[in-house]
Write a protein that binds this ligand. Structure first.
Ligand code: CMP
Length: 139
């Protein structure tokens, strides 16, 4: 089925001017960027977005990293978009990511791993509405 998923191009990637190269990977995989904005997260926004990880040891560092520079938040649409995006991103840890995935090619570390993608259709809906009004999504 046609789905939408929330993607974030993280500060390590915007810093290295990789937005276009990453977007090309999405588009080449058949994912359509139907909403996109470059924003500066605040500690409150990043903290709330990653609320599910609040008790994890990496939470504080993750929030600091996510506010260390601009991010590009985007909605990707396509057939099986949630799974397809996870496939092209590769594993969270770039050392474990398959060759040619975004993280294998571009990620610096398990934290500075260049992209975020929703892990389920339900989370995708919540994460999309966290950043976008319906009127900002233009398929
Ligand atoms: P993301 O898919 O955005 O979801 C949570 C993020 O936490 C993850 O990508 C990484 O950027 C970061 N992170 C840092 N350390 C870890 C870890 N040990 N395990 C999982 N995620 C981590």
């Amino acid at each position: 089925a046609v789905e939408r998923t929330l993607s974030i191009i993280k500060p390590d990637a915007t810093r290295r001017n990789l937005t276009g190269k990453i977007n090309a990977v999405f588009e080449d995989a058949g994912l359509r960027i139907v909403a996109q904005k470059r924003i500066q997260l605040t500690p409150a926004t990043a903290g709330a977005f990653y609320e599910v990880h609040k008790e994890r040891p990496f939470y504080k560092d993750l929030v600091s990293f996510m506010v260390s520079g601009p991010v590009v938040v985007q909605v990707l649409q396509g057939e099986n978009a949630v799974a397809k995006n996870r496939e092209v991103m590769g594993a969270t840890d770039p050392k474990k990511a398959e060759a040619n995935t975004i993280r294998a090619q571009f990620a610096e570390s398990i934290e500075a791993n260049s992209v975020h993608g929703s892990d389920s259709l339900e989370n995708a809906k919540n994460e999309i509405s966290f950043f976008f009004a319906g009127t900002e999504i233009l398929p």
